[in-house]
Design a protein around this ligand. Structure first.
Ligand code: ACO
Length: 429
């Protein structure tokens, strides 16, 4: 017998089906609730609402588990590359050698952007935030590939996906070059994805540049760890926008905007700025923690807390270890890392954080690695976007290929005025 839940409203009774995922999580299917009872559910911020079924990523916030297509994040971080993980997320399986060769070739051969698009950069002020440029440029890609506008057509879907993944590092690096007034460095097909990105970021035409293998490995790891996180704010945005059958470029552009917020992908930048500020003011970790606990201060310990992880964030564990290794191998001595560790230690001993189940999240240490790689703070959220791109695409693809997908359109409980009447301007007090 399938499990059901009975609800009683006045004299009416209704059975609701319980659906169960492959890892045993259960949810009440309320899709017929309004039709049968006239009621809707109210769940601000989706604290209890599964917006979709999905086969892309599994996470268990209590146990600190994260798996892409069933494979634990720890294994992918240790053994995979970012482009291979991207393929896994998007196509649902690890690529065969042949599939991987083709995939890699697509990602290198499509990395240039149209020269007209390169000129768009001239119009931005030097101080433009790279996330503003990134979202605008990704949306603009739709104007260069009009056949990608029909989201439902699968004819050009694969090439559109490859184009987007191939071009995002180029756009990201150009936005940085614009910011510092350096000439753009065009992509090179003989370099792997992360090495190519580092070269476009840090090379100048005046001299040879060889990406440091330690930096390339660290970047691969960081991008893998950020590659998907099921129905987070930006992914849900991509799915919602895409549910209107909006093309891939525009849907991803919306996701980039959602990621920009300081409570989401903007947190890695906020963490480093917070650490900088603490050092600047000469505060100890304990003094800062005391400020955070004082609710009147409105200060949060950035990089701490997560809507889903309530024991630990498995990505934070991997990043903390990588942070120590990368800084040591690159010979970087950063007092920020010591301060971050002191803050973590103080917080994890403090009842305020323990009671609220607040642990370091993926962003607590990632900014310190990015900083050690030479990536400026303003670019941190862009780095997050580079990593999250395959996840967004995987969800968009899953949604658009599902024949049962309908346009996303939540309900509301209206709390405004009852019917009232228009008053002409001259009669208003
Ligand atoms: N510092 C201090 N207190 C915190 C923090 C924090 N970082 N995070 C949560 N709290 C407190 C809240 O004040 C609240 O306390 P209360 O119960 O006394 O009111 C309680 O913990 C619950 O917090 P909520 O904001 O209700 O938790 P929610 O699940 O809505 O928010 C979030 C999760 C947004 C991540 C939050 O923990 C936060 O703001 N963290 C800092 C920003 C950050 O690091 N974001 C990155 C998240 S990971 C990512 O997007 C990649």
């Amino acid at each position: 017998m399938p499990e059901t839940v009975r609800i009683v409203t006045g004299k009416q009774e209704m059975e609701l089906q319980v659906v169960e995922g492959t890892e045993g999580e259960k949810g009440i299917d309320v899709s017929n609730l309004r039709a049968k009872t006239g009621l809707v559910t109210l769940d601000p911020a989706f604290m209890n609402t599964a917006s979709t079924e999905s086969a892309v990523t599994f996470l268990d916030g209590e146990k600190g588990i994260l798996r892409y297509r069933g494979i634990p994040i720890e294994e992918l971080g240790e053994r995979s590359t970012f482009t291979e993980t991207a393929y896994l997320l998007i196509y649902g399986h690890l690529p065969t050698r042949e599939e991987f060769t083709r995939w890699e070739r697509l990602l290198t051969r499509h990395s240039m952007i149209h020269e007209d698009m390169r000129r768009f950069f001239d119009g931005y002020p030097m101080t433009a935030h790279p996330m503003a440029i990134l979202s605008a440029m990704v949306s603009s890609l739709s104007s260069f590939y009009p056949y990608a506008l029909n989201a439902k057509s699968d004819e050009y879907r694969d090439i559109t996906i490859a184009r987007l993944i191939a071009k995002l590092p180029t756009i990201a690096a150009f936005s940085y070059k614009k910011n510092i007034g350096h000439p753009f460095m065009y992509p090179r097909n003989d370099l792997e994805y992360c090495a190519n990105f580092l070269r476009m970021m840090f090379a100048v035409p005046a001299e040879e540049y060889r990406p440091d293998p330690v930096a390339v490995k660290a970047l691969n790891l960081l991008l893998i760890l950020h590659a998907d996180h099921e129905q987070n704010c930006s992914t849900s945005t991509v799915r919602l926008v895409g549910s209107a059958q909006t093309n891939l470029f525009a849907s991803i552009s919306a996701g980039i905007c959602a990621l920009w917020g300081p409570l989401h992908g903007g947190a890695n930048q906020e963490v480093v700025e917070m650490l900088d500020d603490i050092r600047h003011k000469g505060l100890t970790a304990q003094q800062f923690i005391a400020q955070v606990k004082d609710k009147k201060s409105g200060i949060r310990l950035m990089g701490f807390g997560h809507r889903v992880y309530k024991n630990f964030d498995p990505r934070a564990k991997i990043i903390k270890k990588a942070c120590d290794e990368v800084l040591e191998k690159l010979g970087v001595r950063d007092p920020m890392l010591d301060l971050a560790k002191q803050l973590e230690e103080s917080a994890l001993r403090d009842p305020y954080f323990v009671e609220r189940k607040l642990y370091p999240n993926v962003d607590f240490y990632s900014g310190i690695i990015y900083k050690a790689l030479g990536i400026p703070t303003q670019m941190f959220t862009v780095m997050f976007a580079l990593g999250r791109l395959p996840g967004w695409i995987a969800h968009w693809k899953e949604m658009i290929e599902d024949p049962s997908t309908k346009i996303g359109r939540p309900r509301q409980i209206y709390t405004g005025p009852r019917e009232t009447h228009y008053v002409p301007l001259e009669k208003r007090g």
